[in-house]
Design a protein around this ligand. Structure first.
Ligand code: CA
Length: 379
């Protein structure tokens, strides 16, 4: 061994040891990063994978308001998921008929649907509470009941046997009372009136002497024009004008006693939902909640201008239902609700929750919303 080698060998050994420590440390860091990375990948699904869903609706394709709700939902889901969840929206009749939406999503023909719960009362009598009850919740109130009053939990429970998860998916606000070709001056004028009106409102109208039929929106114009029905309700000025109902009826009545704040629904096939990674599940849930509010905002912003246009430019005659007609419809509603609760155990439970919340919120709204609007009108 040279002098040089004798002097530097301890340094060389120390250097080798230091290099070994660095290598081990880098390996440990790399392994930690890989573990974390695989966790992220589980969250994100297969890297680069695009999940494609079908969303079937009860509305005509791209129909203003109601039909654009699910279109906007698909758009914001795509934005929020960076394109990982791609949802194609189908109008009524494209994949299944309007009233085939519930079964299609239940069976997994489509992963999602958009419609209104009161279309399914033939299968589930209690479903009507999750869309609209005559003289019941306003939009603000039903949203409060659903999201902070136990309503959504009940809704999920009654849809669970159908492999469906419901989410609130829009609200029309207070609707209009509908389109008539004769004036409604008394309860007598309801007798024999054949009117399109879904849900419990239709049941109430029948009890008050009319005949209610349920038809999808796409059939209303022709049905009214050809006399299949004498009158129809749909939504409000913004949506009714889009269907052209002012061309086939003269009188436009208010208020929409039968639908004071109708909730629309998204339904999700449970298997499809559970197959999503957690972040996409959260995106679906929160996007639905955003659309639920957005649709109400749009209706509130557009209804007044549409009504003025109908009156000023289309000769529509605005009419208010007489008080005695409203009182009679109110009485029939109380009877219909009592009979519904007595006929079905689930409906009885949901009715109890609905009634309790309505009584309390009404009490508070007497001194808040209602008192304020009255005060605003005082000049
Ligand atoms: Ca309606």
């Amino acid at each position: 061994m040279s002098k040089f080698e004798r002097s530097y060998s301890p340094l060389i050994i120390l250097g080798l040891l230091a290099a070994l420590v660095v290598v081990v440390a880098l390996w440990a860091l790399d392994r930690a990063a890989t573990t974390a990375g695989s966790g992220t990948q589980r969250q994100a699904g297969v890297p680069g994978e695009v999940i494609a869903w079908k969303l079937v609706t009860t509305w005509p394709k791209n129909f203003p308001g109601l039909g654009l709700g699910p279109e906007n939902f698909a758009r914001i889901v795509k934005e929020m998921s960076n394109g990982r969840l791609s949802i194609h929206v189908y109008g009524a009749g494209e994949v299944v008929p309007a009233f085939g939406v519930f079964d299609a999503v239940s069976r997994g023909v489509a992963e999602m649907g958009h419609g209104a719960a009161y279309y399914w009362t033939g299968k589930i009598p209690a479903a009507v509470f999750f869309s609209a009850i005559p003289f019941g919740f306003t939009a603000q109130e039903i949203n409060a009941w659903l999201h902070y009053g136990g309503g959504l939990e009940l809704w999920r429970e009654i849809y669970a046997p159908f492999n469906l998860i419901p989410l609130a998916g829009g609200n029309s606000g207070v609707q209009m009372g509908g389109w008539f070709n004769k004036e409604i001056n008394s309860v007598e004028d309801l007798k024999g009136l054949k009117m399109r009106m879904p849900g419990l409102g239709g049941e109430v109208l029948t009890r008050a002497g009319g005949t209610a039929v349920t038809l999808p929106g796409s059939e209303l114009y022709t049905s009214l024009q050809t006399g299949v029905i004498d009158a129809t309700e749909w939504v409000g000025p913004y949506n009714d004008r889009a269907l052209g109902l002012h061309q086939v009826a003269r009188y436009y009545y208010y208020p929409g006693w039968h639908e004071p704040g109708s909730t629309l629904e998204f339904i999700v096939n449970r298997d499809a939902y559970e197959s999503l990674p957690a972040d996409l599940q959260a995106i679906v849930t929160h996007a639905a909640r955003a659309i639920n509010q957005d649709m109400l905002d749009e209706f509130t912003a557009r209804n007044n201008a549409a009504l003025q246009d109908l009156i000023d430019n289309h000769g529509v005659q605005l009419r208010k239902f007489p008080d005695d007609v409203i009182v009679r419809l109110h009485q029939s509603t109380e009877e219909a609700l009592r009979d519904l609760a007595a006929s079905d155990p689930l409906a009885k439970r949901v009715y109890a929750s609905y009634k309790d919340f309505l009584e309390k919120v009404t009490r508070y709204h007497h001194i808040s919303e209602q008192a304020y609007i009255n005060a605003r009108d005082l000049k």
